[in-house]
Design a protein around this ligand. Structure first.
Ligand SMILES: [Fe+2]
Length: 184
């Protein structure tokens, strides 16, 4: 289950329906894919794509995506820091950023044009669609591991356009994790 945090409001959302509804207000689709898939999180990329083929086809029809692949990031991935530094600054893309997490974690920050900056901590089973043009940035969590299915309308449209706003520097990339207990 994802965890949404709105630091400026001191608010954390952990309820699936609340998360879905809140993200919808800023144009972001969130889905928690139910059902147990008979596949290991360490299966080959093609096995992962095969097992989730129905869901991938549904998203392709809905969003006009033409290709899907699997990205694998582990702490020992060569050039990891350089790779991350491309995405941890506020940017936008000419196409949607669609990710379904198979393993590990990812932390998206989103800066809505007229709202509070929020973070979305993703774990296995979480799908997110960040629409084209949305200002956002991405960090890994402490496990430095993320395996995700990606969908593309046109892979060439996925190059980041940086805003150089510096907004990202004002928000710590905090991952709460499953053991996080909200302070009240
Ligand atoms: Fe991005």
């Amino acid at each position: 289950m994802a965890v949404v945090s709105i630091p400026d409001k001191d608010k954390v959302i952990r309820d699936e329906r609340e998360i879905t509804d809140y993200l919808a207000t800023i144009g972001i689709d969130y889905e928690r894919w139910g059902g147990i898939k008979d596949v290991s999180a360490d299966a080959s990329d093609s096995e992962i794509l095969d097992v989730y083929s129905d869901e991938i086809e549904r998203l392709k029809v809905k969003g006009g995506y033409v290709t899907a692949d699997v990205i694998n990031v582990v702490p020992t991935t060569p050039g990891l820091d350089a790779m991350l530094s491309k995405f941890n600054k506020e940017h936008w893309h000419d196409e949607d950023e669609v990710r379904f997490i198979v393993k590990g974690h990812g932390l998206f920050h989103v800066a809505p044009p007229d709202g509070d900056v929020l973070s979305i901590e993703m774990e296995a089973g979480d799908l997110i669609r960040v629409p084209r043009g949305t200002l956002h940035w991405f960090n890994l969590c402490g496990d430095k591991t993320v395996r995700a299915i990606r969908l593309f309308q046109d892979a060439s449209g996925w190059a980041p356009h940086y805003t150089d706003s510096g907004v990202d520097a004002g928000y710590q990339p905090v991952c709460f994790g499953v053991s996080y207990i909200p302070m009240v």
